[in-house]
Design a protein around this ligand. Structure first.
Ligand code: SF4
Ligand code: SF4
Length: 188
């Protein structure tokens, strides 16, 4: 329904089981597989919370962090076993300062364009307002916000969310995504 780019995603509804990260079920799949891009603020936060200098946790060239021509130019260092910060117990050793993509995963909000029958990827700043209007039962026109989960994550094993928890998750995901549009990095 969402188009080929979104085949890896499923809709989250109030009936969807609640999520808890269970890295032993997937061998920390997301921390091994995905490339994580970051902006200056995220790099500064990781520097502050880990006590490391950026060259120690970013991909480097000639000893200097690589800066790609993107809004989030820096790339979290990947080692043979996955992310630089992935611990032996499959936990994140940089949890308090982890990048926004890690805070967001495995949830995403997209604005679905009913008129053209596809999800729009460039509407991040509008997402919180759109979600608020939809939750209030207002007419959002041709643009409908959808809360999605990444299909490969096995952490959806809890009780059904229920409307309140679903609404909160919807709002929180839209807010985080609007602050840093991390979809590109999270699914690349
Ligand atoms: S894929 Fe899901 S369950 Fe596995 S480590 Fe990532 S967030 Fe946790
Ligand atoms: S920073 Fe932490 S949560 Fe993010 S990919 Fe690395 S180990 Fe996983």
């Amino acid at each position: 329904v969402l188009g080929p780019r979104w085949q890896a995603y499923q809709l989250i509804t109030p009936e969807t089981p609640a999520f808890t990260c269970q890295p032993h079920l997937c061998d920390a799949h997301c921390c091994r597989k995905f490339t994580v891009n970051m902006g200056d603020g995220e790099v500064a936060r990781l520097e502050r919370t880990t006590g490391l200098i950026p060259a120690e946790f970013l991909e480097v060239e000639d000893g200097r962090p690589i800066a790609l021509p993107l809004a989030q130019p820096y790339v979290l260092a990947h080692r043979q076993q996955g992310c630089h910060f992935l611990g032996a117990d499959l936990g994140c050793t940089a949890y308090p300062g982890r990048p926004e993509a890690c805070r967001l995963y495995p949830h995403f909000v997209v604005a679905f364009d009913l008129e053209h029958g596809r999800a729009q990827r460039d509407r991040a700043p509008e997402l919180p307002g759109l979600v608020e209007s939809a939750l209030a039962g207002e007419d959002t026109g041709a643009m409908v916000p959808l809360l999605l989960r990444h299909s490969e994550c096995p952490g959806f094993t809890g009780e059904p969310l229920g409307f309140e928890a679903w609404s909160s998750l919807f709002r929180a995901t839209a807010k985080l995504q609007s602050e840093v549009d991390v979809i590109e990095s999270a699914i690349s």
